[in-house]
Write a protein that binds this ligand. Structure first.
Ligand SMILES: [Zn+2]
Length: 357
């Protein structure tokens, strides 16, 4: 089988996806199945986002490419390289971890003490989670090359702890596939998007829930601000209600909001109602503002016509408004995205734009 869904699956992570020309037919042979995921680091150069791309796609002397199904850049960009069998695993403990059955991901990292960025780790975990959900791969079969390579000790990659990484994969919400997922510390129900102004309770999801969770965290409750009103949020809500003397029903409605407002609560993600309808996103669908790279969907300020919008973005995120989308703008954008509760990929697409303006 050729894993021709790899690009679709990658896009579910929300991170930028680069489809390398010819990926759907690239491979040593078809895959025999998708039973595991093997995580690697490239041990490549220290500069650039994905300097190992050429080697991972085309191989090197003595080892013909492709050397992985996916590449993963330092900023979380996912490169879709091969739908077929790739030379990444070598001799391993069991057939399920061999090249014919294992999806290989080569993430850029020198392997010499380089710190992994939050974006790259988040993208790594989300990608593994989406793959597990799509192909029905158990999370226990997300393995490090260093765990499966034989003889033991033959490979050191990846440089992070795999047990902790599998916990991250488990904690990420899958969006596709058929496996059941649990979020917000709850299982057995379905989350529905809730609008601003409605009473919030269990099984609600969306920005109003995020706003409420932010407040609960500010109040000292241990909680993940994920926008899913699960058991953890119910518990924290009840505890807050007890504290302020309203009925502890775990529902965040008018009475509870009134108390919360006195404690500094605001609907900070709510779109401004009175403001004239914000600026429409200036680029065609699928295009975005980002640092210069070869994709024709990237607008970095290379063209004069994009610079006004980039200056506007730079002013909004507190970067120097020079009209060029460089690394500093990108990191300021990521910081802003974290605050806005959107995927911190450092790129301004329609979603982040609409939250900003
Ligand atoms: Zn490896």
């Amino acid at each position: 089988m050729w894993l021709t869904a790899l690009a679709t699956i990658a896009k579910r992570t929300g991170y930028p996806v680069v489809e390398r020309a010819g990926w759907k037919t690239r491979g040593r042979a078809p895959m025999s199945g998708a039973k595991s995921i093997i995580c690697h680091h490239t041990a490549g150069g220290p500069s650039g986002n994905y300097p190992s791309l050429g080697v991972v796609q085309n191989g090197r002397a003595g080892l013909p490419g492709p050397l992985a199904n996916y590449g993963l850049g330092r900023d979380g960009t996912i490169y879709v390289i091969a739908a077929g069998r790739a030379n990444h695993a070598g001799v391993v403990d069991t057939t399920a971890h061999s090249n014919s059955y294992a999806i290989g991901i080569e993430a850029e990292n020198t392997g010499r003490g380089e710190k992994w960025s939050n974006a790259q780790m988040d993208a790594y975990a989300k990608l593994c989670r989406e793959l597990c959900d799509h192909y029905g791969i158990p999370i226990s079969q997300v393995r490090g090359h260093k765990e499966v390579a034989r003889p033991k000790g033959r490979k050191p990659d990846p440089s992070f702890d795999m047990a902790a990484f599998r916990k991250m994969v488990k904690a990420r919400k899958g969006t596709g596939g058929s496996s059941s997922t649990t979020t917000g510390g709850s299982s057995g129900g379905t989350y529905k998007t809730v609008a601003y102004g409605k009473t919030l309770g269990k099984w609600d999801k969306g920005d109003p829930v995020r706003d409420w969770q932010d407040f609960l965290v500010d109040q000292g409750h241990k909680l993940k601000v994920d926008g899913y009103f699960g058991d953890d949020t119910v518990k924290a809500t009840k505890s807050y209600q007890k504290k302020v003397g309203v009925k502890a029903d775990g529902l965040a409605g008018t009475d509870t909001w009134a108390k919360a407002k006195a404690d500094g609560f605001t609907w900070k993600r709510k779109p401004k109602a009175s403001a004239p309808k914000s600026d429409p996103f200036p680029l065609p669908k699928g295009h975005f503002y980002y640092t210069e790279d070869p994709r024709n969907t990237v607008h970095s300020g290379y063209w004069e016509k994009d610079r006004a919008a980039i200056r506007k973005i730079q002013k909004a995120v507190g970067a120097n408004p020079d009209g060029r989308y460089g690394p500093n703008t990108k990191s300021k954008v990521q910081a802003k995205q974290r605050k806005l509760g959107v995927t911190a990929d450092g790129a301004i697409g329609a979603t982040t734009w609409s939250k900003l303006f």
